[in-house]
Design a protein around this ligand. Structure first.
Ligand code: BEZ
Ligand code: FE
Length: 287
């Protein structure tokens, strides 16, 4: 009979896998078991800490339902989501970089006419006009590309976090025109804290970390024959760009929101006060 020791127990667990185990599952589980055992040996985990970890993971799972995904939040705040994202979306030069999807995307946002105001009269934001083009790797316009857009409200909540909210607040889809151009009206996005009233929030507090995300708008840009891009545009100058709670900021995704006092927006819409203009061209790579 084999004696299990601190040093050989990981090998013994790996050896228990059946020879029929799917090769990729074997590779992933072998590595996971080896890293997990090495971690426990390295920190010499005590029993109270082990139980605390079990209780933390239990609470994380118990908080998950259709509208709250605490495990994704855990993955995001530990940088795992961005690492998986980076490994899976190595893009050619010129293609827009990916960043986290986040938990607040909703399927079924309405396809709106270019120029629509997606804030739909919401109170408290600074008006903004956002435009640009969707281009292929040669800089040619991608006609009919679909942009799925969503952003947080001025009260720092997404519509889905407020049971009283009208549906699809600050959400819309747009199709690029014959020049590959898109444009719409909205409000300047604001920074906001990720949900921090659960185990992940308690973890951040224990680690002396902030829950804040810098102001951003979310986009999923897709077109037939191209790899879709899930990304954000961040507001230059935001104080949390260097300390995003989920490590999602990339320099190439930071844009200027420039103040304008013109009487009309670039699409000709009359403006009755100061507003902000942001411009960004998305690059798509062939799939
Ligand atoms: C978001 O940007 O919507 C988000 C991303 C990761 C975690 C929480 C929120
Ligand atoms: Fe967000």
């Amino acid at each position: 009979m084999q004696e299990f020791t601190e040093q050989n127990l990981a090998d013994a667990v790996v050896d228990r896998m059946s020879s029929q185990t799917d090769p990729r599952l074997r590779q992933v589980m072998t590595s996971l078991i080896n890293h997990l055992h090495a971690f426990v040996r390295e920190v010499e985990l005590n029993e109270a800490e082990w139980m605390q970890a079990i209780e933390f993971l239990t609470a994380t799972g118990q908080l998950c339902d259709d509208s709250r995904q605490e495990f994704i939040l855990l993955s995001d705040t530990l940088g795992v989501s961005m690492l998986v994202d980076a490994i899976n979306h190595r893009r050619p030069r010129g293609a827009t970089e990916n960043t986290v999807l986040g938990p607040f995307h909703v399927d079924g946002a309405p396809v709106c006419e270019l120029g629509t105001d997606i804030s739909r009269g919401i109170e408290g934001g600074q008006p903004a006009f956002v435009s640009g083009r969707v281009l292929d790797e040669h800089g040619a316009p991608v006609v009919g590309a679909l942009l799925d857009v969503w952003q947080v409200r001025p009260d720092r909540l997404y519509d889905v976090q407020d049971p009283e909210s009208p549906e699809m607040q600050l959400r819309a889809k747009f199709r690029t025109d014959a020049d590959g151009r898109y444009y719409f009206h909205t409000i300047v996005p604001v920074s906001y804290p990720i949900p921090d009233d659960g185990p992940v929030g308690r973890m951040l507090t224990a680690l002396g970390r902030e829950p804040w995300r810098p102001a951003h708008m979310h986009f999923i840009v897709s077109a037939d024959g191209y790899a879709p891009v899930t990304t954000h545009l961040f507001v230059r100058g935001d104080p949390y760009l260097e300390s995003d709670a989920v490590f999602g900021v990339k320099k190439s995704l930071i844009v200027d929101f420039e103040k304008s006092t013109a009487a009309a927006a670039p699409d000709g819409a009359p403006m009755d006060g100061a507003f902000y203009i942001a411009e960004y061209d998305f690059g798509l790579a062939r799939s």
